[in-house]
Design a protein around this ligand. Sequence first.
Ligand code: 13P
Length: 253
Amino acid sequence: MRKKIVAGNWKMNLNYEEGQKLTSEIVNMYKDENIKDVTVVLNPPFVHLFPVKKLIGNTPNLFLGSQNCSEKAAGAYTGETSASMLKSFGAEYVILGHSERREYFKESNELLTAKVRQALDYGLTPIFCCGEPLEIREAGTHEAYVKNQLTESLFGLSAEDFAKIVIAYEPIWAIGTGKTASSDQAQEMHKALREHLASKFGQEAADHTSILYGGSCNPGNAKDLFSKADVDGGLIGGASLKSRDFMDIIKSF
Ligand code: 13P
């Protein structure tokens, strides 16, 4: 059985008080509403990590994650945050290769290989993002495009390391646009990615890999998306900033 995961990506939103309020609400609802068998990850900006972790405490199945980490271990890299720091502040997950980082911060597949290495070396679980822009979808080459992102960043991993990876498929045209991929489009891509992973790491490893969908996922469409055989949860942007919406998505399996 692979893990069902719902991860909230706050992106660059919320001040200290807002972050505390949102986290408290989520922690309380999470405990009250008896959620079972879903791994939940909150991924706030760096400055929120420590106070958010204090509120999460040791709540079972509720974890802290970061939105990025450095590809370097330590040293004179002003403004950067290392995987080992994140781990020491209580993070268990790290989102890597988000399309916003690929586009605005020019993160390449090669750079992401180094970030994945850092995350794994310091015991963080990478939530590795992939996804195609609209023009690639319209040209019909989206499967090859996304498979290549996985090949270039992940296919150098050992089987043991690969077993720790979570994949998030986020079609760029669906992010923050309100235009979600249909559940059939998501399933088609997730299935293709699982087959691609199986071709390198074997069927058993691929069957154990959680593949999340991201892109305008909300309480209204999560049930349909999560009902698909190869969709193992979601990476949630906008709707993760509203406690009720986020909880309703968590309860959509
Ligand atoms: P939205 O849910 O706001 O579309 O964002 C998706 C996303 O980018 C999560 O990482």
